[in-house]
Design a protein around this ligand. Structure first.
Ligand code: ASP
Ligand code: MG
Length: 451
């Protein structure tokens, strides 16, 4: 197997319309090493299919199908020779129609997966046609012939051995040295009976990394609508800088703390097989992008700033805590009982403060559950405050490097409710009032990244 293959994946917005698809074509056509191309469904299509799969009445079905048809035919109508592909897509739409009729009678996961998979099937059929029209040698491959899974139909588990054994189905198609394979992200077939399954929402990144792994690719390129990973959200800080090269670990840290960046868990096969991942903007490939790899040379002390919104702060104070043991365990046992997920924790002799993320805790209501509060009140005085944001300063070697504290000097003019440092080498967190979050990020960014 060649070490020179590249797998390129294009997300939903990259294949949303004809012009977007043409950009994708130009990217793959310009790089002879790109051998396998993975696509998401055109933007919006998966959501519409998910609605159909949930079962709905006749009028609603008609409305949803028309929306899907419109998205796909807006692309097809711009092709030079739309007829053949128009027929294929009509046949997909008929298939979706009868499957969603069935779903309106009774839903089940296998049926839902069969419906939802059509988004990727249609986008890849259309794109294959477009590439051929543009004179590029491509082969359409049904990903279900390669990606074998087990378990849940809506979030299937890849059977790696069975999938690896299918590598030849890909490599035989590209063996001539000029052909590129076009295939679907997100979809698979179940090992036992070959029924269609999907890998969970957003699963095409995983598919791309998996294809890269099984053909032993040298790189995996993820094309999306942002040109890589930034020092912080560019919508908050216009001066945010693109990070040229970041490690999987740092990227994971950014993602955990709320940055809208690809979480390495979503590209696990690339991480475990040490395949460098490039993230770029398909609408503007000349902007460059970010490389994510196992390790980077000389990682900087500060890498970026991420932010988790909708945080609550729970404090319990009790003199009973002074000098006794087992107080914290009582607190955490109660959290376990009520399935409360805890984030940052600080303690003093007589108090404990804990940040709680609304998203992880099914919203504010769970945290204000009277039964939970009553049990906590048996331990001490309970206070719960909302409207906080947790700002995470992501970096490297933060527990062993001098000067880390001076980074926070810039926050002199902001009231900081809580600081967490010391547990992780890779982050320092500060909790601020939600309405102060953006300004705090701006100040920190200016001090640390705009010098
Ligand atoms: N089309 C699927 C989704 O929207 C998979 C993906 O785009 O990654 O979830
Ligand atoms: Mg996606």
């Amino acid at each position: 197997m060649s070490q020179d293959y590249i797998v390129a994946k294009f997300g939903g917005t990259s294949v949303a319309d004809y012009d977007a698809m043409l950009n994708c074509f130009n990217i793959i056509n310009a790089n002879p090493q790109v051998k396998v191309v993975i696509l998401s469904a055109s933007a919006g299509v998966t959501n519409l299919l998910v609605e159909l799969a949930a079962g709905c009445d006749k009028n609603k079905r008609k409305e949803l199908l028309e929306k899907i048809r419109l998205i796909q035919f807006n692309i097809i109508n711009r092709l030079q020779f739309p007829e053949e592909i128009a027929n294929k897509i009509e046949s997909c739409l008929r298939h979706i129609t009868s499957l969603s009729e069935a779903a309106s009678l009774a839903t089940n996961e296998a049926l839902a997966a069969a419906i939802v998979a059509h988004g990727e099937l249609m986008s890849t059929m259309i794109f294959t046609h477009l590439c051929k029209e543009q004179g590029c040698k491509v082969e359409y491959l049904d990903a279900r012939e390669v990606i074998y899974t087990t378990g849940n139909f809506s979030e299937a588990t890849v059977d790696l051995d069975a999938t690896l054994a299918n590598a030849h189905k890909v490599t035989s198609l590209i063996a001539d040295g000029t052909t590129k394979v076009i295939t679907q992200g997100f979809i698979s077939s179940q090992l036992d009976e070959g029924k269609t399954a999907v890998l969970g929402r957003g699963g095409s990144d995983y598919s791309a990394a998996l294809f890269a792994e099984i053909i032993n690719a040298k790189e995996c390129h993820i094309w999306t609508d942002v040109a890589g990973i930034y020092t912080t959200d560019p919508r908050i800080v216009a001066n945010a800088q693109r990070i040229e090269h970041i490690s999987f670990k740092e990227a994971a840290e950014m993602a955990i703390f709320g940055a809208k960046v690809l979480h390495p868990a979503t590209i696990l096969p690339a991480v475990r097989s040490n395949i460098p991942v490039f993230i770029g903007n398909s609408k503007n490939p000349d902007l460059g992008g970010t490389w994510v790899t196992q390790s980077v040379d000389n990682p900087p002390l500060f890498r970026g700033i991420a932010c988790k919104r909708n945080q609550s702060l729970l404090t319990i104070s009790s003199l009973k805590m002074l000098g006794t043991s087992g107080f914290l365990s009582k607190v955490f046992n109660i959290f376990t009982k009520y399935n409360v997920v805890v984030d940052c924790v600080t303690t003093s002799e007589v108090a404990i403060a804990i940040t709680l993320d609304h998203k992880q805790n099914k919203g504010q209501a769970l945290l204000e559950n009277p039964a939970l509060i009553t049990e906590l009140e048996e331990l001490g005085k309970v206070k719960i405050e909302h409207d906080y944001s947790l700002i995470a300063l992501i970096g490297n070697n933060l527990t062993a490097t001098k000067g880390v504290a001076s980074a926070l000097e810039t926050l002199d003019s902001y009231p900081i409710r809580m600081i967490c440092q010391g547990a992780s080498d890779h982050n320092i967190c500060v909790l601020v009032k939600a309405d102060q979050a953006d300004n705090t990020i701006k100040s920190l960014h200016a001090a640390l990244f705009e010098k």
